[in-house]
Write a protein that binds this ligand. Structure first.
Ligand SMILES: *Cc1c(COP(=O)(O)O)cnc(C)c1O
Length: 480
């Protein structure tokens, strides 16, 4: 509702005149507006009640701040307190996006250094921090690809080839970019079926969009040969970089032939995650594609740093301003604290932790691709079939036992998938406690399957009908 209108109504109803500090807020001229007869019935409560309300709510919420959060594909790291301290520094916190470059050299320097860091990690030299999420990074890169093909007069490239194990954002981004998503099958081994890829590659291929390691936690051993095949038909390779946590400091995607990729700062680089944002999905591309990146670009020259919008080949802007700076700053703090050695250790520990859990759980739960995994692995409830226990029952029982559930029913190529990603930030004690509870759940599935079917029993609400909740939401601000 219009703010002026609301204030006017309040005073008309004889309640009180609202003053902001010493400033009287004048009533707007509302004579020709359709006014409601009665003031709106908005809740009014004391500050303490409000504080208690939110503290109570926060206790009902589960977050990485109070429990293990092995959500596969999401890389749920903790958000280091040092990042928050950096984000709270006054000069950064108060910087307005319309400040002229001379007054925000520090802000622009941080942006430039983060770009350079991502270029070093990926091997792709041209970087933009513009996209607000991984999904928007995918879209930006596909628009860059469209611009690249248009610039060389290469029409008719309409297809984006995407493995069936990919995240749903991949085909969605292709469709939004005006391209046709085409599914490439995974083989028995969970990897790209190269025969199927060969059959689908051609003069109409715009981009092959590959997640590596893929969502099963498997590194594509043939990735370099695959990239060569895509290049041989004139296409580009896009890597969904959501799983960079397994690679950084060890392998650079540019070295195996990737032309474009996004990174999820809210996953790999430990910035806040969830609730729909803000996030950051910077994209990194080859030198050849750099001129098509979104504007504004950060430029560093003798005069210092500035934002450049004059880029005739650019695809333009996909959102307001240059980036979610608070997120970029947190990522910068994380990168600086780790350094190149630390970055490599992160990847190594993420892989070791995932393999530790895989090996400890593989007798109790079925692990369909039971070789060395990267930063995550997929298990299933196939061993629990006799008790009628499904992945959703295991997930709900984990809530009772104090853990956030893993990702379930994704990737779609595995039935009853339970996708576990511990990340490098967990101690062995935490991993062991999770294993003990998973083994307990496996035993319960045999002895007392109803305990799993009834879970969760420790939460304010029990098992919800999530499908119905989406279709028939009940939205209200007060009870009754
Ligand atoms: C998270 C994720 C995405 C999308 O990233 P957002 O930042 O959530 O938009 C894409 N692909 C994979 C594999 C992911 O895990």
């Amino acid at each position: 509702m219009d703010k002026d209108l609301l204030l006017y109504e309040k005073s008309r109803a004889g309640r009180r005149t609202l003053r902001l500090g010493k400033l009287d807020v004048p009533a707007a001229d509302t004579s020709d507006l359709p006014l409601r007869e009665n003031p709106p019935d908005l809740p009014e409560i004391a500050e303490l009640e409000l504080v208690r309300h939110y503290v109570r709510l926060s206790k009902k919420n589960v977050s990485i701040a109070d429990s293990f959060y092995p959500l596969g594909s999401c890389t749920m790291k903790y958000n280091p307190v040092a990042n928050e301290a950096a984000a709270g520094i006054g000069g950064f916190r108060a910087a307005h996006p319309l400040l002229d470059a001379g007054r925000c050299q520090g802000v622009l320097a941080v942006m430039k250094r983060v770009e350079e860091f991502l270029a070093a990690v990926t091997g792709l030299p041209c970087v933009t921090l513009h996209p607000a999420a991984g999904a928007q990074g995918e879209l930006s890169a596909l628009l860059v690809a469209n611009a690249h093909f248009a610039a060389r007069g290469d029409g008719g490239r309409t297809k984006v080839l995407i493995p069936d194990s990919a995240h749903g954002t991949n085909p969605a981004s292709a469709a939004v970019a005006g391209l046709d998503p085409v599914t490439v099958r995974s083989g028995e081994d969970g990897l790209v079926d190269v025969g199927d890829l060969d059959a689908k590659l051609g003069a109409d291929t715009a981009v092959f969009m590959v997640t590596n390691p893929n969502t099963l936690g498997l590194f594509e051993p043939e990735i370099a040969a695959i990239c060569e095949k895509v290049h041989a038909v004139g296409g580009l390779v896009y890597m969904d970089g959501a799983n960079l946590n397994a690679l950084m400091g060890i392998a650079r995607p540019a070295d195996f032939g990737v032309d474009m990729m996004h990174t999820n700062l809210h996953k790999t680089f430990s910035t806040p995650h969830g609730g729909g944002g803000p996030g950051a999905g910077p994209i990194c591309v080859t030198e050849e594609l750099g001129r098509f990146l979104p504007v504004p670009r950060v430029v560093e020259d003798e005069g210092g740093f500035r934002l450049e919008t004059d880029a005739p080949d650019s695809i333009g802007m996909l959102r307001g301003w240059s980036c979610n700076f608070g997120v970029i700053l947190r990522a910068y703090a994380y990168m600086r604290r780790l350094g190149p050695e630390g970055v490599r250790r992160v990847a190594e520990n993420a892989v070791i932790n995932a393999n530790y859990l895989r090996v400890r759980l593989r007798d109790a739960f079925h692990v369909p691709f039971d070789g060395l995994c990267m930063h995550e692995f997929v298990a299933t409830t196939r061993h629990q079939r006799t008790g009628g226990v499904h992945a959703i029952d295991v997930a709900k029982r984990l809530i009772d036992l104090g853990h956030h559930p893993m990702t379930v029913y994704f990737p779609l190529v595995v039935n009853e998938a339970m996708m576990v990603e511990p990340t490098e930030t967990e101690t062995k004690e935490t991993l062991d406690a999770f294993v003990e509870d998973m083994l307990l759940i496996a035993e319960e599935a045999r002895e007392h399957p109803d305990r799993l079917h009834d879970a969760p029993v420790t939460t304010p609400v029990g098992r919800l009908d999530e499908g119905r909740a989406v279709k028939e939401p009940v939205l209200r601000f007060r009870r009754g």
